[in-house]
Design a protein around this ligand. Structure first.
Ligand code: NAP
Length: 312
């Protein structure tokens, strides 16, 4: 007879880790499954300064390490396995990973979202060769070089400021004439001499022989093209694509109801369309995707899972 967990949580970002903490603390037999590295997006976020109470030692990885430790203290099993298939109907919910199959009475989907790609020529070929989706991971590689950050949201501007610590110059390439980022973040960018904003521009093409050497921008107002070439001395420059996220819901397609963009709608109790299956964090349809809202969702999902088990 295979083990039946009370709760299986898929994804160990802030939502999954918070669900794990609450489920463990409620004495539920809890399994937390993670594909690669705990933490989700904050594992690669340099500074998390807007999570209440996080005023010292606020790097994403440190915050994650503390969340993992806290979940473990309440007896949660954390297993690294990549989920490839799910069967969510009925009382025995079956989660099939690459390594093993797991059974649970309830499931909390906390798979989060992944960086959106631009989909322009050269982008995938030059990923890891000058094109990056993670400033914290790769910012330091561009010490003394020019860097182009694509996007105008909180991530692009905040991470652009972080990259400016290393780079010779940071150009934020935005497709409109107004940033989406919070005003307080915008102000920091406007005040930083190393940061310049290229308004009304989108990327048309990226080229390079082994490393990024050329970037072509298209003006969204005049349709004029600008060709940016690497300095001869530098040989290359950086491109950080920070244009939002896409939900990680492929394995739930046709099983869980999603909206047109793939995000999972829930009610206030984090319930999905399938009884005993909850969703928490960035994977949900919601107005604000932050660590604080993810941890909120995780706590609610775990407590509702506890209630669901008690009533079944
Ligand atoms: P976002 O808010 O969705 O912004 C994406 C940005 O990329 C927008 O400026 C968008 O332009 C642009 N964009 C999208 N597709 C593009 C394309 N194909 N080509 C060029 N530009 C494109 O994403 P985010 O900045 O990653 O933030 C995600 C969520 O996390 C948000 O809720 C944000 O508030 C939150 N966040 C918060 C913090 C913080 O508070 N410290 C830090 C990071 C993220 P348009 O503006 O024209 O749509």
């Amino acid at each position: 007879m295979e083990k039946m967990y009370d709760v299986i949580i898929i994804g160990a970002g802030p939502a999954g880790l918070s669900a794990a903490l609450y489920a463990g603390r409620a004495k539920l037999d809890t399994l937390l499954l993670e594909r690669s590295k705990a933490g989700g997006q904050i594992a690669t976020t340099h500074d998390v300064e807007n999570y209440p109470g996080a005023i010292e030692d606020t790097t994403g990885p440190r915050l994650v390490a503390r969340m993992v430790e806290q979940a473990k203290q309440f007896g949660v099993d954390i297993v690294y396995d990549d989920v490839k298939q799910v069967q969510l109907e009925g009382d025995d919910k079956v989660i099939t990973g690459h390594k093993q199959t797991y059974h649970g009475k309830t499931v909390i989907i906390a798979t989060g979202a992944e960086p959106r790609k631009l989909g322009v020529p050269g982008e995938s070929e030059l990923t890891g060769k000058g094109v990056s989706y993670c400033a914290t991971c790769d910012g330091a590689f561009f010490e003394g070089l020019p860097v182009y950050v694509i996007g105008g949201g909180d991530t692009a501007v905040e991470e652009g400021l972080f990259i400016a610590k290393f780079a010779r110059k940071v150009y934020i390439v935005h497709r409109r004439d107004e940033l989406r980022a919070a005003k307080s973040i915008q102000e920091k960018a406007f005040a930083n001499d190393k940061v310049e904003i290229l308004w009304n521009k989108v990327v048309k093409e990226i080229t390079g022989d082994g490393l990024v050497e050329r970037l072509v921008l298209l003006d969204t107002v005049t349709s004029e093209e600008t060709e940016i070439l690497a300095d001869e001395d530098d040989g290359t420059f950086g491109i950080f694509v920070l244009v939002g996220y896409l939900p990680e819901t492929d394995i739930f397609k046709g099983i869980i109801t999603t909206d047109r963009s793939g995000y999972i709608p829930t009610n206030d109790n984090m319930e999905t369309n399938i009884p005993g299956v909850f969703a928490a964090g960035d994977v949900r349809v919601k107005p604000l995707r932050q660590v604080v809202t993810a941890t909120n969702d995780g706590a609610i999902a775990a407590i509702q899972a506890e209630k669901y088990i008690a009533n079944h």
